[in-house]
Structure formats: C-alpha cells, structure tokens
Design a protein. Structure first.
Length: 618
C-alpha cells in the first residue's frame, strides 16, 4: 500500500500540498500549468475558428488583426490573430482578454483558461452534456502531458543531436487536433509508464495463441512464422517460450507467439479472453530481453537493444485523438499483403526506386487473434473487434545509408522553450539559406507522393507522424520514408489500368475514394496538417514570407508535372491546384459529429465547406 501522509489538522486543511510531495508530478507547478493552458486556449480558438465551430468578429476600431468572440453570458473574449493559408487562424496567446458581460464596465483582463472557456461557451460551441464531460477530461489529460513536456524540454540544438527513437519522446502531439493527448483509459501511473513523453524504456511480455484463434501472415521472406521468430527472439528466449508450453502439456507447433502491451493484458486480455486463458488457447509468456521505447502513436515500440529488429505495433484499447487505438483484425491480417503490393509499385518504377529512393517501411508480418464472440458481431462497437494482435514493421535504420538520419515530419514544427525553432536549427546546421533548404525539403517529399498519386491513383495520408524526412550528414533533406500503409493508403474508386493486378486481399481492405477527392489526403495530411504551421514558422523564424513558401511548394508540383507530360489527364483527374479544396475537420468530428459515443465503424474526418487553395494561381 502507498505510504500516504497523515491527514492535516483542520487549521492546516487549506494549506496546499508541498511541491515536493511525491504524489504530485514535479511538472505540476502553477507557472508551467498556466503556460500550457494559455497556449492550448490559443490553439483551441484558432482551430475552432478554422473549422467554423466559432466565428470571431473583427473587434471595433481594430487595426485588422483584433477579434472578438461573444460568450454565452454576453462576456467577450478578445484576441489578436493572423489569418493564414487555407483560411486558418494563428492566435497570439499573449493577447487573449476577457471582458465581463454587461452591464459591467470593468476593463478587460488577461485570460488564458481553456476550462472556463468551455464552461462559458458551451452553448456557442454546441456541446451536449455527455460530450462536454468527456471533453473536459481529455482537456485536463492533454494539459498534464503538455506540462510534462515543457518541464523536461530540451533546447533545439540538443534535440537535433538525438536519434529518431529519442526525438519522438519530445514531440508535442498532433498540431491540428486540440485534445491530442487525451488517452482515455490511462491512469496517471499508466501515463508515466507508457506515454511517449514519459520516455520510459520497457520490456514487453509475450503471449502464445493457439492457431484455432490466431493467424499469421508474412511477406518479404517472412512467409513462415519461424523465420520471424528466429530474427526477433534469441534462441534462449525462444526455448523458454517453447518450454512454458510443453510444461503445460501443450505443443508449441500449434501456437503463434506475439508480444502484448502490459496495459492491454491487464485491462483487456485477462477479463475479455478469460475462457481462452482457462482452456490454454492463450498462454502468458515472460518478457523477452529487448528494451523498447513507445513512440508518438503510443501503441508502437522501437527496439533499443537491437535496433535492427522490427518495430512492433500492438493494440491498445485507449481512446486518443479520434479513435480507439486497437488493431482491426482485417487490416492486421492484410498488412503484409498491402506492403507487398505498394512495394511492387515502387520496385517496378525507376523514378520511385532509383531517383526518389523512397523508403517504404514495410509491415512485413502480423499475428491476428480472433475474439471468439466479438468477431462474430459486426454490430458491436469497433473497439471490441481490435483487441489482440501484433504487426511487425521494418525499422528505419535498416534502410539508411551512412551519414543519413531520419526525423518525423512533425519534428519540424517543434519550438523549444527559448523560442528557437527546430527547423531553424537544422537550416543553420545545413549551411544553406532557408529558401534553398525548403526547396530540398519539398524535393525530398513531394515527387514520390505525387508519383504514387498521378501514376498509380494511390495516395498516402502524409501527416507528421507517419512521414519521415531523411537527412544527409549536413542536415539537408534528401528523401522520404513512409510508414503505416494499411491505415493510411487510399486508392482511386475510378478503375485505373495500374490497379488491374491488385491482389484481391489488398483490394478488399484498401479504402477507395472518388478521384476528385483523392488529392484531399495530400492537402489535409501534408499541406493543411503540417505545412500551414511550418509556413508560419518559416515566416517568423526564417524570414521566408508565407507567399514564397507556398510558391516553392507549387513550383515543385509544376516541376514534377513538366517531367511527366504523359500524365496530363491524371493532373486534371487528381487536381491539386484547384481554386478551393474541401475543408476537412478533425475537431468538429469530436465536438459535433461523433462525440464519444460507441459505433460499429471507425469515424473519419468530416467535410465542412471549402477553403481557398494557396497553390492555385489564376
């Protein structure tokens, strides 16, 4: 039992606990908390205004950048904001003020409390009671995580020296989603153990699953599970696993091995797979010897002991960002086949293979474990059909040339406590001017993404977490690496010759979209989801005007199109340069469309109106 201190006398009851109290995380101090709150409220205002959840009005007699929002009680929230590409809002956290409702004549006071904003604007925001209750919980968890990141933040020069695995633990989360670290299901102790910003190195226990429940799929030389296990497990560990089964009178040849997240074991496997555990269809095994580190997706682990071994992705019944973070059975089963198909496109294409040298981090093996009841009930909430399994993904280090290093695209949006931009640090190290460095970045990222779209009617959702920029020894961007194929690959609904040889098992799981919507994944994933923030950083920290930033992006697209004139019809079919694009909304999805209610299918971003495309030139 924890050793709690004695209760205070009544005279001392109002005295706040000491900052040294071991029950209180050291980051929970008033200055750190207030800073995180002010910053998140500014983000909330900007993203809610972008998605037209709220509609600020120009402040009377303003100089053009002052805005006001009338709250439910008649009070007014004022702030300064700059309008940027795609109709977005960049709110200055230092300028937020609150004016009391009439008839008060009190002057405006500084304001930075996102909780009070939700309470005083719940009608304006259109929130029902259930959504508001869960929203407050996610808000508090996100702020606690932000405070921890601030408390342990490194300067940009130190971050630039970190390797890929370590750098992930310093990222601040999804730039567009306001409540990006809610992690409903995690306790404070769980967060300290398993959240990426905790940077806690862990060993993973394993599980043996009988083939009556479990199924293995592999590709690229891993078609047989024995090949995977010989690469992933030391002989001694493999022998320990086999012996654990034989000691129970079970035949190891009838079982598949997979790691299991300890949280998932305690919260999901033990209570929901109890019959399988009782019968011996599932058998718990000890942890292997490798130390792993959770990454930004919270369910993905990099191997620190043996970096040449695969990254492992495990289901986690935690609600974070927009969905429960499980592993859908059908997608897990199909992951190796999707990897093989996407790679076949690259390997047969000299432009992708030899010029772009794009890295496709294959999901090369998977074990799915069927729940004997839930998997027969398609109408139940989708979280119950994503409970147990594992995907093995190739590690980035295996594909890097000497001197190269990888960093997620999201890292380029990071700013350290001194206000130093991580992108500015890399530009300085490269020795290039900012505009030239950006041209290298766009040349590394865009041609392979465009080629998959235009030539093959296939698009990734290249957001900050699954898109990796590969840099040379001088921190100059040189090429692209992509991961998470199964979750983030979409193909054109219109029949294309390039899809004729697509295997049936791949066709069955890949999402299809109308041709005119397919470019939306590049716009929303890359341009809206990353570049609209990076363009602001480049203007403020690197002296590259926003218009010049987008002109460089457009020039890279036109350069690609000039290189492949035979694809002219595809440029019109998949039009990236249209005057407007649909406005995809992520926060509106949570607040208005899906909320927190259970549903049989995973939710997706919703469309609300349209926004001007900065890549369009009349």
């Amino acid at each position: 039992m924890p050793n709690f201190p004695a209760a205070p006398d009544s005279a001392d009851a109002a005295v706040p606990p000491s900052p040294q109290d071991p029950r209180i995380p050291p980051e929970l101090t008033r200055p750190t908390w207030d800073l995180a709150c002010r910053r998140l409220l500014a983000k909330m205002l900007g993203e809610f205004a972008y998605e037209e959840i709220v509609r600020p009005l120009p402040a009377p007699a303003s100089r053009g950048d002052a805005w006001t929002l009338t709250l439910d009680d008649g009070g007014r929230l004022g702030f300064r904001a700059r309008r940027r590409a795609y109709g977005s809002w960049q709110v200055d956290p230092a300028t937020m003020t609150l004016t009391a409702p009439p008839p008060s004549t009190e002057p405006a006071t500084a304001f930075g409390d996102p909780f009070r904003f939700l309470v005083r604007a719940r009608t304006l925001l259109g929130l029902d009671g259930s959504t508001l209750g869960h929203l407050v919980r996610e808000l508090s968890a996100t702020l606690a995580a932000d405070a921890r990141i601030d408390h342990t933040a490194l300067t940009a020069d130190l971050l630039a020296d970190l390797d890929y695995a370590a750098l992930e633990g310093h990222q601040t989360g999804h730039p567009w989603l306001v409540l990006n670290k809610g992690r409903l299901g995690f306790s404070a102790a769980d967060t300290a153990s398993w959240a990426p910003e905790a940077r806690t190195r862990q060993r993973l226990p394993w599980l043996a699953a009988h083939t009556s429940l479990a199924e293995y799929r592999g590709t690229g030389g891993l078609e047989e599970p024995a090949r995977l296990y010989s690469a992933e497990l030391d002989p001694v560990t493999r022998a320990v696993f086999d012996r654990a089964l034989r000691d129970r009178g079970l035949d190891p040849l009838g079982y598949l091995y997979l790691p299991v997240h300890p949280w998932q074991w305690d919260e999901i496997v033990l209570p929901l797979f109890a019959p399988a555990l009782a019968s011996g269809a599932l058998v718990p095994l000890p942890a292997d010897l490798d130390v792993r580190l959770p990454q930004q997706s919270i369910r993905t682990f990099l191997n620190l002991t043996r970096p040449d071994r695969h990254t492992v992705k495990l289901p986690l019944a935690v609600f974070n960002t927009m969905v429960w973070r499980g592993l859908p059975t059908d997608l897990t089963r199909a992951a190796p086949a999707v990897t093989a198909w996407v790679r076949s496109l690259r390997d047969a294409d000299p432009f992708l293979r030899d010029e772009c040298r794009v890295i496709l981090l294959g999901e090369v093996a998977s074990v799915t474990v069927r729940h004997p009841v839930y998997d027969e009930l398609p109408e139940v909430p989708y979280q119950y059909r994503e409970l147990l399994g594992a995907i093995w993904r190739e590690p980035l280090t295996r594909h890097l040339a000497p001197g190269e290093r990888g960093r997620t695209l999201a890292s380029l949006l990071h700013t350290d406590p001194r206000g130093r931009s991580f992108a500015a640090e890399l530009v300085a190290r490269s020795g290039l001017t900012p505009a030239v460095w950006l041209r290298h970045l766009f040349t590394a990222l865009l041609p392979p993404l465009l080629h998959f779209l235009y030539r093959y009617g296939t698009v990734f959702s290249p957001h900050g977490e699954n898109t990796i920029v590969v840099f040379d020894e001088n921190d100059v961007p040189v090429r692209l690496a992509v991961k998470d194929f199964v979750d983030d690959v979409n193909v054109s609904r219109e029949p294309l010759p390039e899809h004729a040889e697509m295997p049936d098992d791949v066709r069955a799981v890949l999402l299809t979209e109308p041709a005119d919507f397919l470019p939306q994944f590049i716009h929303s994933g890359l341009f809206v989801g990353v570049f609209r923030y990076l363009s602001a950083i480049c203007e403020e920290r690197l002296g590259v005007p926003e218009d010049e930033f987008w002109a460089l992006v457009r020039a890279e697209i036109l350069r690609y199109q000039a290189r492949f004139p035979e694809l002219k019809d595809r440029y019109e079919l998949f039009d990236l340069l249209s005057e407007q694009i649909a406005r995809l909304c992520l926060n509106r999805n949570r607040l208005h469309e899906n909320g927190y209610r259970d549903r049989p299918d995973r939710p997706h971003a919703v469309v609300h109106g349209a926004v001007p495309n900065p890549l369009h030139r009349s």
